[in-house]
Write a protein that binds this ligand. Structure first.
Ligand code: ATP
Ligand code: MG
Length: 282
């Protein structure tokens, strides 16, 4: 912590360990900018600019604040009015129950449901990409986004729906499960590769940042990064962000930004019951 922060904290003007979600933010003013949190050093708000980096990767050990960050993303996606459809995939099943009744939002919790949602997202993204390609105009996608809205896919705990088990025999029930997981991995990667030209956005989260979850393919498409504290192996060998291992042990503290320009950030806090209240009022 620098001297300026110490003084501000002493005066009670800044509390960098809990920054409430800015309830009065005008989400419609700049719909492509997702407010993420407060920059620890500079004090300004750090945003995810979906025009520059269509997809985001959220990684970090348990209780870091990944789900709370996804609440922030979802709040913006919904309140920006810029999204035609949003799919929320929550294999943990309980964290996003309130999202179920949000307008334009689908909640998917079982593996087959999630596989179908991811496939649907990929198809919609492909279709937009093909239309843009056929139109032969680079800015055609801006017209599609304006007229038809953006598409969003949020997946919490991707390892639960992508990580295959080894050594299964063909035809067994678990083998079928592996097939679905393989399909989801492929669909995420391919949907991700079309993002910029389709107005479709992925936000993928995992508490298990290992090479078999955060694969080269996933890393290549998710150019916006939110890294909570991880162990040194994950920070150095998988995420290539050594500083992620030395983040202070404060919930909601993360390295946030486009690949290579990560800023220490205190993510805006939406407590779970606040999320429920927000969702119920939409
Ligand atoms: N931005 C934040 N500011 C302050 N406190 C936070 C913040 N984010 C999370 N917390 C606290 O940490 C708790 C755990 O956060 P969260 O559920 O988002 O963790 P997680 O990374 O999703 O964990 P898991 O991997 O187990 O799902 C929250 O209930 C909240 O009390
Ligand atoms: Mg979580």
């Amino acid at each position: 912590m620098n001297v300026g922060q110490l003084i501000l904290n002493a005066l009670g003007l800044r509390n960098d360990t809990r920054v409430p979600y800015p309830a009065r933010h005008d989400h419609r003013a700049e719909p492509h900018l997702v407010p993420i949190g407060r920059d620890i050093e500079a004090g300004w708000t750090n945003y995810w600019d979906m025009r520059r980096q269509p997809h985001a990767l959220i990684a970090g050990t348990s209780n870091g604040g990944k789900t709370i960050l996804q609440y922030a993303i979802l709040r913006h996606w919904v309140d920006s009015g810029a999204f035609a459809r949003i799919a929320v995939c929550d294999p943990k099943m309980v964290d996003f129950l309130a999202a179920k009744h949000l307008p334009g939002v689908g909640l998917y919790v079982t593996l087959p449901e999630i596989a179908a949602a991811v496939r649907g997202f990929r198809n919609a993204s492909d279709q937009r990409y093909e239309r843009t390609f056929a139109a032969g105009r680079r800015n055609y996608i801006d017209e599609i986004i304006l007229n038809e809205g953006r598409l969003g896919l949020l997946v919490d705990e991707i390892q639960d729906v992508t990580l295959k088990e080894a050594g299964l025999t063909k035809g067994s029930e678990d083998w079928e499960i592996n097939q679905l997981r393989q399909q989801i991995s492929t669909d995420l990667r391919l949907a991700g590769s079309k993002g910029r030209a389709s107005g479709a956005h992925l936000a993928l989260a995992t508490q298990h940042p290992s090479v078999d979850v955060v694969t080269t393919g996933i890393k290549a498409v998710t150019e916006f990064r939110c890294y909570f504290r991880t162990d040194e192996t994950a920070a150095n060998m998988v995420l290539h962000a050594p500083a992620a291992a030395s983040l202070p042990d404060i919930p909601g503290r993360a390295l946030v930004g486009p690949r290579g320009i990560l800023r220490e950030t205190q993510v805006f806090l939406t407590e779970p019951d606040e999320f429920d209240t927000w969702a119920a009022s939409r």
